[in-house]
Design a protein around this ligand. Structure first.
Ligand code: ZN
Length: 506
């Protein structure tokens, strides 16, 4: 591999923060997050920043860490999570930092923890955790709690349109009226002012299924002024996926917002192979408007238990069940046989419940995740007692399976999806790339050993080969010792949007 040292010698060493703690990663291969090939260099960290990258003597005050044989990358950005409540309840974020994730995007699929005043929490909002977590009637209040009691990872917060509906509408079985729409827009505007990065929708789910395109555009209007993303769990990911994608693209254009196709997939056997068609549609759209997607490498998805999903899946596993807790971790078909019930009756018995659905085609999954516009997002459900393994193994599975084993991605290509590409799409300044002056979110990994250990049968497992992880210059994970207990995560701030001519808007 080339030995390219962009910053030579001591003139690169900064003088700022002389008291800040320092460490030097010596002799590793740098994969910088831009997609550029690896190069050998030392990385010096002072305080919360990367001070210099190059080849130099260690300053006297710097701890030296031998990185020989290892790869140094920017911290991974999990582009799609449901960690809103988990950040507060389990701030060490072990499922995430143990696979190299240093930043999580929350509030996806239309469901965010805030703003929502205490109430009975309908499905699918309950996927975010127990009712006691829902105690923030303003988005600013939730962000303040995250700042007061930070987690180990940084946060890129989105506002869920379904959450706004549940907060503002007494009857969810229809489109919002004018007053309700105005109230939702007001809450969204407040959230954007407080620091949200955009809005997500989940019209696939009952509480938002009756929302019209007009309602979503009206509620999302603040995006036109603030910038930000429109992330969407489509109304349909099966037979009618193209119509659903066209709807999302129309909303994106109306709001002048980047469209993020969440967990892009083709559900059900009769739609297998159609990723060629949908990726083609995304590429066509990309010539007219900003668009990207997130996905994970597994051929199965997970959400609340629903018959329409069960019936297009080759296998369904129960992840939790209030009605029949003994079903947890077992196949739905076995549970049906045990109870002597048909699928409808079994669903009634188990519900509310969650499930894993094996309903995607491996070739679609591979075609989607290797697409240049695809970011990596775990979409994990952190409170499930028997979760989909993606919560613990998404990023390390990409590095093991797609980079090392099948080699459909290069290491630098995979890391770019996990870092630089996501930082650019979400508008994060000074992260996502290994550059002097950037924040020191870093991963030290062993490219020969890195692997996910979480499986569908035993999903709660830390990964192998993630040697060290730092967030804002502080160690949060050690491959041998585990979590450090430090909680240096921050609520990130959106870079001011720029117009195409490079000027900052308004
Ligand atoms: Zn979703």
């Amino acid at each position: 591999m080339p030995d390219r040292s962009p910053a030579q010698h001591a003139q690169a060493l900064p003088h700022a923060n002389p008291d800040a703690s320092s460490f030097l990663l010596r002799g590793g291969m740098v994969v910088d997050g831009s997609g550029a090939p690896p190069y050998r260099a030392d990385v010096l960290v002072r305080g919360d920043r990367i001070a210099a990258i190059g080849a130099f003597e260690a300053p006297l005050d710097a701890q030296v860490i031998d990185a020989t044989g290892f790869v140094i990358t920017p911290g991974f950005i999990d582009s799609h999570t449901h960690d809103d409540g988990y950040l507060l309840a389990h701030p060490d974020m072990t499922p995430k930092v143990s696979q190299g994730i240093t930043t999580v995007v929350t509030g996806n699929c239309g469901i965010s923890l805030a703003p929502l005043s205490p109430r009975v929490i309908p499905q699918p909002l309950d996927l975010l955790g127990p009712p006691a977590l829902f105690r923030f009637d303003t988005f600013a209040g939730w962000l303040a709690a995250l700042r007061a009691t930070p987690a180990a990872t940084n946060v890129i917060p989105l506002v869920g349109h379904t959450t706004l509906r549940v907060e503002c509408m007494a009857d969810l079985e229809r489109a919002a009226n004018e007053n309700e729409t105005a109230r939702m827009r007001e809450l969204f505007e407040d959230a954007m002012q407080a620091g949200a990065f955009g809005m997500s929708t989940g019209t696939f789910y009952p509480p938002a299924a009756h929302a019209t395109i007009e309602e979503i555009i009206a509620v999302g209007a603040p995006l036109r002024e603030h910038g930000g993303v429109f992330a969407t769990h489509l109304r349909d990911e099966a037979d009618l996926i193209v119509d659903a994608m066209e709807e999302a693209l129309t909303i994106g254009r109306a709001l002048d917002a980047l469209v993020v196709f969440s967990h892009h997939k083709l559900a059900g056997e009769k739609n297998h192979g159609r990723s060629q068609e949908t990726l083609n549609l995304i590429e066509q759209a990309a010539t007219r408007q900003p668009v990207c997607l997130d996905c994970h490498p597994y051929p199965a998805t997970s959400t609340m238990l629903r018959l329409d999903r069960v019936r297009i899946s080759r296998r369904t596993m129960i992840t939790w069940s209030k009605g029949y807790p003994a079903a947890t971790g077992r196949d739905f078909s076995d549970v049906m046989a045990e109870l002597g019930l048909d699928d409808e009756a079994a669903l009634k018995r188990l519900t509310p419940a969650g499930a894993i659905y094996f309903l995607m085609d491996e070739r679609d999954v591979e075609r989607i995740i290797t697409h240049p516009l695809a970011m990596v997002g775990s979409d994990g459900l952190p409170f499930d007692p028997h979760p989909h393994p993606r919560q613990w193994g998404t990023f390390t599975q990409v590095l093991r399976k797609l980079v090392r084993e099948t080699q459909v991605l290069t290491l630098e290509g995979a890391i770019h999806k996990m870092t630089g590409l996501a930082a650019r799409n979400y508008g994060i300044a000074e992260r996502g790339l290994l550059q002097a002056g950037h924040f020191a979110d870093l991963v030290l990994l062993d490219p020969a050993r890195v692997a996910d250990n979480a499986t569908f049968e035993a999903p709660i497992q830390v990964s192998t080969g993630i040697e060290q992880v730092w967030v804002n210059g502080q160690p949060v994970w050690d491959g041998k010792a585990g979590k450090s207990g430090l909680l240096p995560g921050r609520v990130l701030q959106r870079a001011r949007p720029t117009s195409p001519d490079g000027h900052i808007r308004h």
